[in-house]
Design a protein around this ligand. Sequence first.
Ligand code: DAT
Length: 178
Amino acid sequence: QNGSGRKKRGKPNILITGTPGTGKTTTASALSESTQFRHINIGDLVKEKNLHDGWDDQFDCYLINEDLVCDELEDLMEEGGNIVDYHGGDFFPERWFDRVVVLQTENSVLYDRLTKRGYTGQKLTNNIECEIFQVLLEEAKESYPEEIVVAVRSNTIDDINRNVATLTDWVRSWSCLP
Ligand code: DAT
């Protein structure tokens, strides 16, 4: 147990973050399979449980209600064993996470993925810029202790497999810690 209360859980919680299209959902669901941890896709949760304040026309997405999301997840996070998948993380309580993984993808690769997803114009440009300026990495570093934040490459399927294997090993060793 440390000062932040992290070690009180029997199982760790992991935040997987990164620009849209970097592979969060793909990585989180594979990791959920190998660890049997719960995969919580915040975008889906917000839609299912109406944890938003309506649709934002400018940004073409739901206006997430951060307080409602945190209230919804508090009990599960206390229990541990969660993989949270979201393109942000500065509004979650710091004590929730034991590992924060920031996925990073080369611009040209990300451009193709987002185009395939139907992103165009300003939305496409905003997301590419988000990746270029490492917005999610900076946000993670500001919101969580340096030692729990890791940035990993996510350009290829091999990258995903390696990231999942590394995280699965980390989960195993965490659970064996005194
Ligand atoms: P995110 O959840 O970050 O928005 P995703 O997991 O939905 O991303 O992936 C978006 C698309 O890109 C999907 O078709 C899978 C593909 N993809 C993601 N990461 C990849 C990787 N490292 N290698 C190959 N394809 C990847």
